[in-house]
Design a protein around this ligand. Structure first.
Ligand code: BEZ
Length: 392
């Protein structure tokens, strides 16, 4: 049924709106919090983007579809994991859709473009995966938050684990872009500080999956162990190629946990026994994680992975900000302050943010067993990224 509004009421509304700051109209009239997902929905990281969105939406649904008392409205852009398109894609959400918050992304190179646009427009940004060290390092900012990790963190945790074993000479292999290079840097820093040596750093362009040349070179170098960074579809292919080359039982393979998270069904026997470090694992056995996993499986008929957790926690962080201002996202300084001080009750275990807005969190050592990355131990407790170059 349509009701015609009175001309007097319309005039009063128009006069009130004229006094609002530019850009506030859409939010105020709609009374909604506008969330812009900039995530990969195609390409090697497509499944990661979907898991992040699923996790985020699940938390919002658990709050009755509202944050800070306001309905949540979603906008979406497929970033295709393409850094060249990142500034234009981020501008679509910030300028065209006028979102209150950008939630994105997965790929470290794309993240650099989003950070630039978010800083230029003082738009709240929550990074639900990409580890690019700069975002919570030299490019940190009052409006830039992360619910995931810095690339340095899981690499550094694995460097500490490998250094504690009888392993001296390591070869590294990764895609040649920030995520891989910075993971290797974190690994090397911890491993070499305890007397190990990275004897060769190998790479191939993202998202190539023809690993044969590098695998052959590793076989001829005969290192004590190998450390790699791969994720998504590329991680599935690498783990299978490594086993097919007959190296699985010859050279110990270590990685940050992205190598085996959300990928085990496709990797099958080739992944069994692989050890990785990450801020999430199967079998954590805390009440929060159990409830989250049940709810996620019920909603999506899927088991959650680390990406789903990071999406869920991005929504929890946003809720901390939105609740503090009763959904009035124009009160930006108060939103940022509340988010900075949040203690996020995550399925991974509760965490707080560093001064640079990066999670200070436990890193687990995990071992693949069937379809699970089973927790073996806490590899490093409350590991904080050094946030080099951040002035906040
Ligand atoms: C990254 O590009 O930062 C990234 C992508 C996938 C998994 C982990 C990190």
């Amino acid at each position: 049924m349509h009701r015609r509004s009175s001309p007097l009421l319309s005039l009063a509304l128009a006069t009130a709106l004229a006094w609002l700051p530019a850009g506030a109209h859409a939010q105020t009239v709609a009374g909604k919090i506008k969330v812009g997902f900039m995530l990969p929905y195609t390409g090697t990281y497509a499944a990661l983007g979907t898991a992040i969105e699923n996790g985020f939406r699940l938390y919002v649904q658990e709050q009755g579809g509202k944050l800070g008392g306001k309905d949540v409205e979603y906008f979406k852009v497929d970033d295709e994991s393409d850094p060249a398109k990142a500034p234009e894609n981020a501008s679509k959400l910030v300028k065209r859709d006028q979102v209150d918050v950008v939630v994105g992304t997965v790929h470290s190179g794309v993240q650099m473009g989003i950070v630039k646009v978010a800083k230029e427009n003082n738009t709240l940004l929550i990074i639900p995966n990409a580890g690019v060290d700069e975002a919570t390092g030299p490019l940190c900012g009052p409006n830039i938050f992360r619910s995931s990790f810095s690339n340095w963190q899981p690499g550094n945790a694995m460097g500490q684990v490998v250094a504690s074993r009888d392993i001296k000479r390591v070869v590294t292999l990764t895609w040649k872009y920030a995520a891989g290079e910075q993971s290797v840097k974190g690994f090397k820093e911890a491993f070499e500080a305890k007397g190990g040596k990275v004897v060769k750093e190998l790479s191939l362009p993202f998202p190539n999956v023809e690993f044969q040349a590098q695998i052959t070179e590793i076989a001829s170098l005969k290192p004590d162990a190998v450390f790699v960074f791969f994720a998504g579809g590329g991680a599935v292919k690498f783990v299978k190629d490594w086993a097919a080359a007959g190296l699985k039982d010859k050279i110990p393979l270590f990685a940050s946990g992205f190598l085996t998270d959300g990928t085990l069904e496709a990797q099958g026997a080739a992944a069994q026994g692989l050890e990785t470090t990450l801020h999430y694992a199967d079998g954590l056995n805390n009440a929060r994680d159990k409830a989250f996993r049940l709810a996620y499986a019920k909603a999506y008929k899927l088991q959650p992975d680390v990406y789903a957790v990071q999406g869920y926690d991005a929504a929890q962080l946003l809720a901390a900000g939105a609740n503090a201002v009763k959904g009035d996202m124009t009160r930006k300084a108060e939103v940022y302050k509340a988010m900075e001080g949040a203690r996020v009750d995550s399925p991974r275990g509760a965490f707080t943010l560093s001064k640079a807005h990066n999670p200070v969190q436990d890193f687990y050592l995990r071992k693949v067993d069937g379809r699970e990355n089973k927790v073996s131990s806490v590899a490093v407790r409350a590991l904080a990224d050094p946030a080099r170059g951040c002035r906040l």
